[in-house]
Design a protein around this ligand. Structure first.
Ligand code: PLP
Length: 382
């Protein structure tokens, strides 16, 4: 198998596995008062300290969760359900992950507010003029991701934050695909917006993650998961110690070698694309061709060929049609449609996402595999 689906999930690093084995000896409940509990609480708090050091945030801003989806819910419901009646608009970009879009619509339904979708340019960049035009005192929250999971397009988070700050509107920025992957990611913004991390996207354990919620916002938010008051009241429930320690280790590694990793990804992406263009029998189109994208992500359209058919014809390469959460369903990618692709074009698009489970040596085999698959599909369709 040649694994080109790292934006869906990543294999755990050996160092992370070791940390998780070690965590199994930490069995006390971190919320208790006895010595086993104290040991557990100390482990969690040192992981929190380490992560806050890595992210450049205050440790009180970190809320451990089961991943990005839960962090997204805590953030969006938290802001929207506490927003005053007159702040009755939710601004969300059309290319957000379904976890964000669906949560915005659900929060709007509960609170009686309305959702306004922000369009994107044909190259997948969130329309800044639209935000400037629409954001006002009536806006409860702006939701714009930092990098898209399907196309890899890196968004102008600095500018979006500047616009929303002008109206004192909270920005929720889904940073799931940026942290640990984009060496230019602006960590200084984490103190002024809500952001999220998912462990399994950065070679950590599934079921781990966090929300970064600046303390200046925490007091203004509704707390959705009350329970035993853990995580400053934002996420009741016994803490997942293995997940938290594994997440800290994964973040440590992915942030410490982010520059080298990015360079390696750039080499892989370019050599795969160039070789593919030479060997595949049909025209190839790069989705988001004029935007700055994550170096590990390549969204390609194989003209005239259904991605669904092509993917089942790969013998070695593992990639995906769209985001993992829409794959398997019949609908075309909402991200590609928002960029102006037709349904047919969206259905011809495949996302290849590179990472630590593949290497430059895999590229020639992968190219051969993909072009053989194209040949087989063409032959069958004649
Ligand atoms: N946001 C983005 C941009 C993602 O790519 C994903 C996962 O695909 C999620 C949110 C959801 O993350 P999790 O699997 O941690 O719930």
């Amino acid at each position: 198998m040649i694994y080109f689906d790292h934006n869906a999930s990543t294999p755990m690093l050996d160092e992370v596995k070791e940390e998780i084995y070690r965590s199994w000896t930490v069995f006390g409940n971190p919320s208790g008062e006895n010595s086993a509990s104290l040991r557990a609480a100390n482990e969690v708090e040192s992981a929190r300290e380490r992560i806050s050091e890595l992210l450049g945030t205050n440790h009180q801003d970190l809320i451990f969760t089961s991943g990005s989806t839960e962090a997204i819910s805590i953030a969006i419901y938290g802001i929207v359900l506490a927003a005053p009646m007159q702040s009755n608009e939710i601004l969300v970009s059309k290319i957000e992950h379904k976890a964000v879009i669906a949560t915005c619509y659900a929060a709007a339904e509960i609170s009686g507010k309305k959702v306004i979708e922000i369009p994107v340019t044909p190259s997948g960049e969130i329309d800044l003029d639209f935000i400037s035009d629409k954001v006002s005192k009536k806006t409860a929250i702006v939701c714009c991701m930092s990098a898209n999971n399907e196309t890899g397009v890196i968004q102008s988070t600095d500018e979006i934050l500047r616009i929303s700050k002008n109206y004192d509107v909270p920005l929720f920025c889904d940073t799931t695909q940026s942290i640990g992957k984009d060496p230019d990611f602006g960590f200084e913004n984490l103190g002024s917006m809500i952001s999220v991390v998912s462990g399994h996207k950065i070679y950590g354990p599934k079921g781990s993650g966090l929300a970064v919620i600046p303390r200046s916002l925490q007091g203004k938010m509704f707390k959705v998961l009350a329970g035993g008051g853990q995580e400053r009241g934002f996420r009741g429930g016994t803490l997942n110690i293995s997940g938290i320690l594994g997440l800290a280790k994964a973040l440590d590694i992915s942030l410490s070698d982010c520059d080298d990793f990015d360079l390696e990804m750039k080499r892989m992406k370019m050599s795969f694309l160039l070789a593919l263009e030479k060997s595949v029998q049909v025209p190839l189109y790069l989705n988001a061709d004029s935007a700055k994208t994550l170096n590990n992500t390549l969204s390609l359209r194989f003209d005239g060929i259904s991605a669904e058919e092509l993917l089942v014809n790969f013998r070695e390469v593992v990639a995906s049609r769209a985001s993992a959460c829409t794959a398997g369903r019949e609908e075309p990618s909402h991200v590609l449609l928002a960029m102006g692709l037709t349904t047919r074009e969206a259905e011809q698009s495949i996302r290849f996402s590179f990472g630590r489970a593949c290497s430059l040596e895999d590229i020639p085999v992968a190219v051969r595999d993909v072009s053989d698959a194209v040949d087989r599909v063409l032959l069958l369709s004649r």
